[in-house]
Design a protein around this ligand. Structure first.
Ligand SMILES: [Zn+2]
Length: 245
């Protein structure tokens, strides 16, 4: 009997490990276990600035100013519900030449949702963004980085390439511009050592509400661009994620 109990305990432990591994695979940004996602190319001089959870009237216009000052193109993964509230900002993003992507209507954790809801969130966000700008949307970033094979399949069915990241700015925490910049610099250095481009996750808004304080992100981006586009240069080329596929 003891042997049976022991076997059951080992089985449960193994299942626990398996469950942990799958949770890890569905949320870890560079994991490809649940299907291929776009992250970065092999050209290590290339850096993509990506901004999620906008448009945000408290940060997106200021961010556009900083990017324009350095002539840098970035990628904005906008929420459809916010885009409806501030279509003027969405138009300004596209008019400035930036790449606009889909970040769902309402920011649900798609790995927990039924297929019908996933499809609705993606299709509705596309419709809102395309209605505002007249430009087709081809890229999608899953909220919280959460994905399952069905999420990636539905995204591809409606013509969206799922995009993850390989450098995290941790700017959803109030850590200040200096620490955000440190995280970005360390990440870019790590990617270059791995002979890869850098895809930087940042936020111009918050899924918790319009008007989120994101000026630390704007300041960190300003300093990053000063470092990489200033006299020293560092050979960095800022690109939209469409440079990679
Ligand atoms: Zn988000």
């Amino acid at each position: 009997m003891a042997g049976v109990i022991e076997g059951a305990a080992v089985g449960a432990a193994a299942l626990g490990l398996l469950g942990g591994g799958l949770a890890y695979a569905s949320a870890w940004p560079t994991s490809q276990i649940f299907g291929r996602t776009l992250i970065a190319g092999s050209e290590l001089s290339q850096v993509a600035l990506t901004f999620d959870d906008g448009p945000n009237d408290a940060a997106t216009p200021q961010l556009l100013e900083v990017l324009a000052r350095y002539g840098v193109r970035a990628t904005f993964f906008a929420m459809g519900s916010y885009a409806r509230m501030r279509p003027d900002i969405v138009r300004a993003v596209v008019d400035a030449g930036h790449l606009l992507g889909n970040h769902t209507m309402t920011h649900p954790k798609l790995s927990m949702e039924r297929a019908g809801r996933v499809r609705q969130e993606l299709a509705d966000c596309n419709a809102v963004l395309e209605d505002i700008t007249g430009v087709a949307v081809h890229y999608f970033r899953p909220p919280f980085g959460a994905r399952r094979p069905v999420v990636l399949r539905i995204a591809r069915e409606i013509g969206l390439t799922p995009v993850m990241w390989n450098v995290t700015g941790y700017d959803w925490n109030p850590i200040g511009a200096d620490r955000i910049l440190d995280k970005l610099e360390a990440g870019i250095t790590r990617c270059r050592l791995q002979r890869r481009g850098s895809n930087l996750l940042l936020h111009d808004g918050s899924h918790r509400g319009m008007g989120a304080a994101r000026m630390d992100t704007v300041r960190a981006v300003g300093r990053l661009l000063q470092l990489h586009r200033g006299p020293e240069g560092r050979g960095t080329r800022f690109v939209g994620v469409d440079a990679w596929g």
